[in-house]
Design a protein around this ligand. Structure first.
Ligand code: TTP
Length: 205
């Protein structure tokens, strides 16, 4: 019997991406403690956090395939997470404008059978984003929209933030918070097909 697909994420973007693919899944937001060791590389950082989120949800599952994810922006070797308030939004965008940065998203898959973890897999992808020059007025306006508050690096490429992105190199969905191609690749590694095994029938994309 197929395990149930569970998305351990409160991110509306991750939920939409899986829904648009026509997948059948349940959402269970992770209450994981999101602290990790200092000085980790961005790749290890996002993989460890993704695994923490997936494991926290897996603990309450009987038979499931749990997906966890974490996204950060990296500029000058510094990890930028979600800004949380307007002052940090403006500071982040002032640093990001007119330059390139990297977006890392880690994905973790945790398979549970009979309430036991039988498999864990983590991986990540990196996308480079070039942001155009922004005036202080433009930054002020964007901060006022509220859009950047809950997004790593204080912008959403899928929203008004698209106006600032000149080009990207790598997976677009990785920037939005979940690389579908990486997820499919990881599913294959543990013997599942994302679309064939978890299809609900209503595909929007
Ligand atoms: C750079 C960028 C990030 N983001 C989002 C994706 C993630 O939701 C968020 C980074 O925060 P995360 O901590 O990765 O995720 P989250 O707190 O939203 O959800 P959860 O921990 O429950 O899974 O930033 C965009 O939506 N668009 C973008 O262009």
């Amino acid at each position: 019997m197929q395990p149930e697909l569970v998305l351990a994420s409160g991110s509306p973007r991750r939920q939409e991406l899986l829904s648009q693919l026509g997948l059948s899944f349940r959402i269970q937001t992770s209450q994981a403690d999101e602290t990790v060791e200092q000085n980790l590389s961005p790749a290890t950082f996002v993989e460890q956090l993704a695994l923490k989120k997936a494991k926290a949800v897996a603990r309450s599952c009987q038979s499931a395939l749990v997906i966890g994810a974490d996204t950060v922006v990296v500029l000058d070797d510094e990890i930028l997470g979600k800004p949380g308030d307007q002052t940090v939004v403006k500071r982040m965008l002032t640093r990001l404008q007119g330059r390139e940065h990297q977006v890392y998203t880690g994905i973790a898959l945790v398979q549970v059978h009979d309430e036991k973890v039988v498999r864990e897999l983590t991986d990540h992808k990196r996308t480079t984003v070039w942001m155009r020059r922004l005036t202080p007025e433009k930054i002020e306006w964007y901060a006022g929209t509220g859009e950047p508050l809950d997004k790593a690096g204080a912008y959403g490429i899928q929203g008004f933030g698209a106006c600032f992105v000149e080009k990207i190199e790598g997976c677009y969905f990785n920037v939005v918070g979940l690389s579908i191609s990486l997820l499919d690749e990881m599913m294959e590694k543990i013997g599942f097909s994302l679309v064939e095994d978890f299809r609900s029938g209503t595909k929007v994309l």
